[in-house]
Write a new protein. Structure first.
Length: 712
């Protein structure tokens, strides 16, 4: 038994999903879970559709333009009424699935944790909105799933998504012998031919008349995909009609030509268990000039991997991968997208992406590979006589349909996996130059027919361009990170009587460099200055101005807080950088247990008193730096008995879409008051950890914590 099947948590989730589907009459259901330590969700339970359909969305990152990502990130139910709305709001899935259906996505949230998301699809014909009963069922199902997940996590056995999702099969009654015989007789009495497809599209039953019309043997067709067993059906139009039936759950028809001159009409009648197909000779007037299709909607089910992906299947996944890769940022994002989609969609057992660095091949990502193979690939010289190096140097792909073929060409070749039986080595070429190579391993021998080779070469071209962009992105990101690190203090001074902790998180987008800053300055044995600020923008210009502001504050430190800000303000107005800056400055007198503070448009600090009572310091406002050279900055004072904590922060720590800033600040104050972290570093991790959620942040975060302690 698979671990996923034995997991009681997954079984409970499956039961909850089945109940929601029953109560809402949804055709398709998906449950996504977020593994610990990961921001992306993975598909954990699937119902009503085959894995092949869901493969492009096996992994969903927080920023992916799909409904479930928005539902989880924003903590709300997302409703898509029809395909036009899907195409308008979410072009990527709208492009890949241009069929009539409605969709709801909702977060699985409970016990202060977002565990994942739920997706439900309905056939064409659903009302413009969810009914009150349907919405109650969706929300109740989400609550039930979140409770299952929270309980399992609390018991130390968290529910985790498996390597592949658990597929739910619809319950159906098994007919007795008499009933089964009657059903067969009923089918044979119908005019024309009949066959049944499972939710993967494979033939599970076919009459002799249907086989005769198709020009094939019934035994050969049973268990096969029609568009693989019958080359004349390997048409995107034919498979598109099948997909339309699966997704939209309505009867679909099309007429196509069986060479040399037999026009056939197909009627696809879908339900939750598969598709019933009626095949009849097309009547005069139904003959299009080329393969034609009309109508269509349907549903899906269990997983199964085609030995050779059809042309339409390949195009389906290539189209989705192309759309996905245009939005991939760093190299790891490209690797994750490629591995998550290529391996299930094209029957790949193992995958490795390699680049050339310093004359050697370097593995930048892999899936399904043995550690030994990765280690050997990772260190192979580019000049070595290996297939991965050969395709990189020559730009010519290599295909080996069996182990014997590979060993004849490269006797000492490294394979990805001991179970490998066929391999494709593809050059990654961008702008006319090789940037790496891709290795694909299959667990069964295969003949790489010309159509499949063309698809794989096209796929390598897409990945090469994305990988080239991603490497440039990573280089810029690393440069920005080093710039940011150089502008922030490497260490904070040790000041007797003061415990210190600081954290900085860049924004979740852009170059990763911004204008948030903090600093602690030792003035004497018993006095210090603390400052924090936020320069407008998230770019190199903001970071450069941040460095100037820090330098100006340092130059004036020791003067009264209002004067420090006034001098810094005059400097910025003279520079006229076109950016505004908020800043908070505090003069701390440890001998007299007191601090004086002034603010230039910056949020006031939180003060946690020794008894645990916490609130924001009441301070007179001051104008942002760089606006009015004559601006005045009044001061406020606070006493600092031993055990007092001052929390300086930038607004990125409390700002969130749709959340009132005062409510968010009050929430931060409650976390500060309620934290039982034994150290100030632990307290900083607690506060900053709340901002490390799966949703990408729109602003940088700086945090500076000070706690008065008895001097040693």
């Amino acid at each position: 038994m698979n671990p996923e099947e034995a997991d009681p948590g997954l079984r409970s989730l499956s039961a909850a999903l089945s109940d929601v589907i029953r109560r809402t009459d949804a055709a398709i259901g998906m449950v996504y879970l977020r593994p610990p330590g990961e921001s992306a969700m993975r598909l954990a339970v699937l119902s009503g559709v085959s894995l092949e359909f869901a493969a492009p969305w096996m992994r969903v990152a927080p920023h992916d333009p799909v409904p479930v990502a928005d539902a989880v990130t924003e903590g709300r139910l997302v409703w898509i009424g029809d395909r036009e709305e899907m195409a308008r709001r979410y072009p990527r899935p709208g492009l890949v699935l241009p069929y009539p259906f409605s969709l709801a996505a909702a977060p699985l949230t409970g016990a202060g944790t977002t565990w994942g998301g739920l997706v439900l699809l309905w056939p064409e014909g659903h009302a413009d909105r969810l009914s009150a009963a349907e919405e109650d069922a969706v929300r109740g199902g989400c609550d039930r799933m979140a409770l299952v997940l929270a309980r399992a996590d609390g018991e130390g056995r968290p529910v985790l998504p498996g390597r592949q999702p658990r597929i739910l099969r619809p319950a159906r009654r098994t007919p007795g012998p008499i009933e089964a015989a009657a059903a067969v007789e009923f089918v044979h009495r119908l005019p024309g031919g009949s066959c049944a497809l499972d939710l993967n599209g494979r033939v599970t039953f076919i009459t002799e008349e249907a086989a005769r019309l198709l020009g094939a043997d019934a035994e050969e067709l049973t268990g096969a995909l029609p568009w693989e067993a019958l080359p004349w059906m390997d048409s995107p139009a034919v498979e598109d009609r099948y997909r339309a039936a699966v997704i939209s759950r309505r009867t679909t028809t099309f007429t196509t030509l069986r060479p040399p001159g037999h026009w056939l009409r197909f009627e696809l009648h879908p339900d939750a268990t598969g598709i019933s197909v009626r095949i009849t000779p097309a009547r005069p007037g139904e003959h299009p000039t080329a393969t034609g299709t009309t109508g269509g909607d349907e549903e899906p089910e269990h997983t199964g991997q085609a030995a050779l992906p059809s042309r339409a299947t390949s195009l389906y996944h290539l189209m989705h991968l192309a759309a996905t890769l245009t939005e991939a940022a760093g190299v790891q994002d490209v690797v994750d997208q490629a591995a998550d989609q290529i391996t299930p969609a094209l029957g790949v057992h193992a995958l490795a992406l390699l680049t050339a660095e310093d004359g050697r091949l370097r593995v930048v990502g892999h899936r399904g590979c043995t550690p030994d193979a990765v280690a050997r690939f990772d260190s192979a010289p580019v000049a070595s006589d290996t297939p991965a190096a050969h395709v990189l140097v020559t730009g010519t792909p290599l295909f080996f349909g069996s182990r014997a073929e590979l060993e004849r060409a490269f006797p000492s070749a490294v394979v990805l996996d001991s179970a490998g039986a066929a391999w494709a080595f593809l050059p990654l070429i961008a702008s006319g130059r090789p940037v790496g190579s891709m290795v694909l391993g299959y667990d069964r021998p295969r003949n790489f027919h010309p159509g499949e080779r063309a698809v794989l070469i096209s796929l390598a071209g897409l990945l090469a361009q994305a990988l080239d962009r991603a490497r440039l992105y990573d280089s810029k990101h690393e440069l920005a990170r080093r710039l940011q690190a150089g502008l922030l203090p490497h260490t904070l001074p040790h000041i007797p009587g003061l415990e210190v902790a600081a954290r900085y998180l860049p924004a979740g987008h852009g170059t990763g460099v911004g204008g948030d800053f903090y600093d602690l300055i030792r003035l004497s044995g018993t006095t210090a200055a603390a400052t924090i600020g936020d320069v407008q923008g998230h770019n190199v210009e903001a970071a450069a101005l941040m460095g100037q502001v820090r330098a100006a504050v340092h130059a004036s430190a020791g003067a009264p807080p209002g004067e420090v800000l006034a001098r810094t303000n005059r400097l910025l107005t003279d520079l006229d950088p076109g950016l505004f800056t908020s800043c908070l400055y505090a003069h701390i007198d440890l001998k007299h247990h007191r601090a004086l503070l002034a603010t230039a448009g910056h949020p006031p600090p939180l003060v946690r008193h020794p008894d645990g009572h916490t609130k924001a310091l009441d301070m007179p406002p001051g104008l942002l730096l760089g606006i009015d050279p004559a601006a005045d900055y009044p001061t406020a004072g606070v006493t600092l008995p031993i055990g007092t904590v001052l929390a300086f922060f930038t607004d990125g720590l409390v700002e969130a879409p749709g959340v009132d800033i005062d409510d968010a600040t009050a929430g931060l104050a409650r976390r500060l008051a309620g934290s039982e972290a034994p150290t100030l570093d632990g307290l900083a991790d607690t506060l900053i950890g709340h901002a490390r959620g799966p949703a990408p942040r729109d602003d940088d975060i700086a945090l500076l914590l000070l706690r008065t302690v008895a001097p040693v």
